[in-house]
Design a protein around this ligand. Structure first.
Ligand code: 8YV
Length: 314
């Protein structure tokens, strides 16, 4: 029997590829120069897309594949997938929630401590030999401060759980107030920013959250406040963030995500009150292996005529 054809938008890890290729006829789009010509040549045979959170699947791509049945995303963020276009044709969409929650939450806390305790600068200071000449300047305490979480979903909850271990007061803003948590709910992003020391974005990306942290929220966070982003670059007004960091409107930031990744605004590189990471929230071997497995398990379920294991909720 012919293997089902899967269009893979960008590379998966090397340990994932053999498992994909045993079962599927994998079309590696990232290796193709003339992508449009390739897609129209193979359009009729493609039954599935295997994509990643950062690459998604556009309405144009979906429209070009008349026999597309399922889109499987390596990642929990589906903001780059045109879900409306997929739903209009009853194309199923899966994602990889839960398996990455702990790692992304760990990284949020790691960014908080890195930026307040100035860990990257301290490492550079020691390596440069400066330790012999002068003392490393004092930094700012992390534990016991106020943690403000924007988006109290799976990842936000895992951050809250960790923050509790650091004796922090926990506040949050969410689309809806939750009745099942003991944390203080703030009606607006600005109210949350005004009442916390660390404003951590853990909200889903997409149209509903675009630039929801704007200059008013950054002013409310204030000159002693830190902004941490493990969500999507789009959730913050990046021009306002750069201005705030350059002018002491906030004290610092720990960032894993940006607009225009990987070609991020070069102004970030000049700031010494920012810790910048290359979108590695879910980037442990353990989690990346689980994510790849979950993508394959979803595809396998679909081609066996079963429901997806982790469908993107309607
Ligand atoms: C991945 C992510 O790095 O889950 C997400 O939405 O952004 C990350 O886990 C990404 O999906 C890989 O492209």
């Amino acid at each position: 029997m012919k293997k089902p054809s899967v269009l893979m938008i960008g590379p998966y890890s090397e340990w994932d590829m053999p498992s994909f290729e045993t079962i599927y006829d994998v079309h590696k789009l990232w290796l193709v120069e003339d992508k449009d010509a390739y897609i129209s040549r193979h359009a009729d045979e493609i039954r599935a897309i295997a994509t990643r959170g950062d690459m998604g699947a556009s309405a144009e791509l979906i429209a070009a594949l008349p026999n597309l049945e399922v889109i499987a995303c390596f990642g929990v963020g589906t903001d780059a997938i045109d879900l409306k276009a997929a739903r209009a044709r009853n194309i199923k969409v899966s994602y990889t929630p839960d398996v990455l929650t702990g790692d992304v939450a760990d990284l949020a806390i790691g960014l908080c401590i890195s930026v307040t305790r100035n860990i990257p600068a301290a490492d550079t200071y020691l390596r440069s030999g400066e330790w012999k000449n002068s003392a490393m300047p004092s930094t700012t305490r992390f534990f016991g401060k106020r943690m403000g979480i924007l988006g109290l979903g799976r990842i936000g909850m895992a951050i809250a759980k960790r923050a509790a271990g650091f004796d922090m007061e926990i506040l949050y803003h969410n689309r809806n107030k939750r009745d099942d948590v003991p944390y203080h709910y703030c009606e607006t992003v600005e109210a949350l920013a005004a009442q916390c020391d660390f404003l951590v974005a853990a909200v889903a990306g997409g149209a509903g959250s675009r630039a929801m942290i704007g200059s008013a929220a950054l002013i409310a966070l204030g000159p002693q406040g830190y902004f941490i982003n493990v969500a999507r670059g789009s959730v913050v007004d990046e021009a306002a963030l750069l201005h705030a960091l350059e002018n002491g409107v906030i004290k610092g930031a720990g960032l894993d995500v940006y607009l225009n990744e990987p070609n991020i605004d070069p102004r970030f590189m000049k700031l010494n009150n920012v810790v910048v990471l290359p979108h590695v929230g879910s980037g442990t071997l353990e989690t990346r292996k689980s994510m790849g497995q979950l993508v394959r398990d979803n595809l396998a379920a679909h081609f066996a005529g079963k429901p997806l294991l982790t469908p993107v909720p309607a």
